[in-house]
Design a protein around this ligand. Structure first.
Ligand code: FAD
Length: 321
């Protein structure tokens, strides 16, 4: 019974989070002494499909029907479920990305499988039990869930597992499924990118600003630091509410949850609702002029100082590096 991993693409390319998910699924397959089959839907080049083998897939099912070129939740869920049935896979793994969060319960329902979304570690297998640690309450807590069903769907939180280059290769096979017309009730026609900036949920590094930056005119230094570091920019809720930054950058309980390797918070107090969205960050750096700011309690590195003095110095230091 192979493990099946769904490898979503963005404009025909796989993001780093997908190689993470393949490495994670490979570890599950190894623990079950079985093989790993990847399924890719959409227009992906042969070279990119081959990369899936490098990170542990033994076989790649390539679905490239015209109708499935763009993401359609219900239709993609049908294809993944059919692939799982045809491969005899009991475990389906995908990314807990925006589309993965929509797919996991749909695939689960089609396979009558238990679903663990937001997984942050490999399953624990003991005494015939299959338990998995996942985020809960918008990232404020962790829960351990036991999947008791024969079939299981796991959605991995990005940046929770390391990419492992196995140096192996996979055979690529075309796979086709007759998807019902009723699965195409809502069709995505076109994706128009509003920006070519690094996508916040997938970012490795995030530079985030709060009300301490006083106004939108001061965001130049945040963007400069982010550009130098190859980071995405983010902000606290009041900043986007005030229209200083777009709502797509708002991080927290009511915004986007991020899990970068480095989160730099500038002039943000660290209210619990903000921390809910960033608690999965590996290293947190806080710059705040108030030594009592709550953010310092969760910081790995803290700089007590005025952002308007500290950030320009940081920029100079990064430039000189
Ligand atoms: P402030 O609280 O005003 O903090 C500004 C910080 O900047 C202060 O710590 C100050 O010391 C520092 N500062 C000032 N000047 C400087 C300077 N020159 N240099 C350095 N530091 C300086 N908030 C979110 O962010 N995300 C959410 O998803 C979210 N959801 C919410 C949901 C609900 C139901 C509610 C009630 C609230 C929510 N909030 C959320 C709001 C949250 O409670 C806080 O009000 C908000 O996070 C505060 O934003 P801030 O830290 O930017 O601003």
């Amino acid at each position: 019974m192979p493990v099946l991993v769904y490898t979503e693409n963005a404009g025909g390319k796989f993001k780093k989070s997908i190689f993470e998910v393949v490495s994670y699924a490979k570890a599950i397959a190894d623990a079950q002494s079985t093989t790993l089959t990847a399924i890719s839907i959409g227009d992906v080049s042969a070279d990119d499909l081959a990369l899936l083998g490098k990170y542990g897939a033994d076989k790649v099912l390539n679905v490239s029907a015209d109708k499935l070129k763009n993401f359609v939740n219900q239709a993609y869920a049908s294809v993944i479920a059919e692939a799982a049935k045809s491969e005899g896979a009991d475990i389906v793994v995908l990314s807990n990305s925006f589309s993965g969060r929509g797919l996991a319960p749909r695939v689960g329902a089609k396979l009558d499988a238990g679903v663990a979304d937001g997984a942050v570690s490999l399953p624990e297998l003991s005494g015939g039990k299959f338990s998995i640690k996942k985020t809960a309450f918008s990232g404020k807590a962790f829960a351990v869930v036991e999947l008791t069903s024969a079939k299981k769907v796991i959605a991995l939180t990005p940046n929770s597992y390391q990419v492992v280059d196995k140096g192996t290769s996979a055979k690529v096979e075309d796979f086709s499924v007759d998807v019902k017309e009723s699965d195409f009730k809502a069709m995505l026609k076109e994706i128009v990118r509003s920006t070519d900036k690094i996508s916040l949920p997938d970012a490795d590094i995030v530079v985030s600003g709060g009300r301490g930056l006083k106004g939108p005119e001061n965001w130049g230094m945040v963007e400069e630091l982010a550009n130098l570091l190859g980071a995405a920019t983010a902000c606290s809720k009041p900043v986007s509410d005030a229209g200083w930054r777009p709502h797509s950058e708002h991080v927290g309980q009511t915004g986007i949850a991020v899990s970068p390797n480095l989160y730099i918070a500038i002039g943000i107090s660290g209210a619990i609702q903000h921390l809910a969205g960033i608690s999965r960050s590996k290293v947190i750096v806080v710059i705040n002029k108030d030594p009592e700011a709550p953010f310092f309690k969760v910081a790995d590195y803290g700089i007590v100082g005025d952002a308007f003095e500290v950030v320009p110095k940081l920029i100079e230091a990064v430039k000189a590096y």
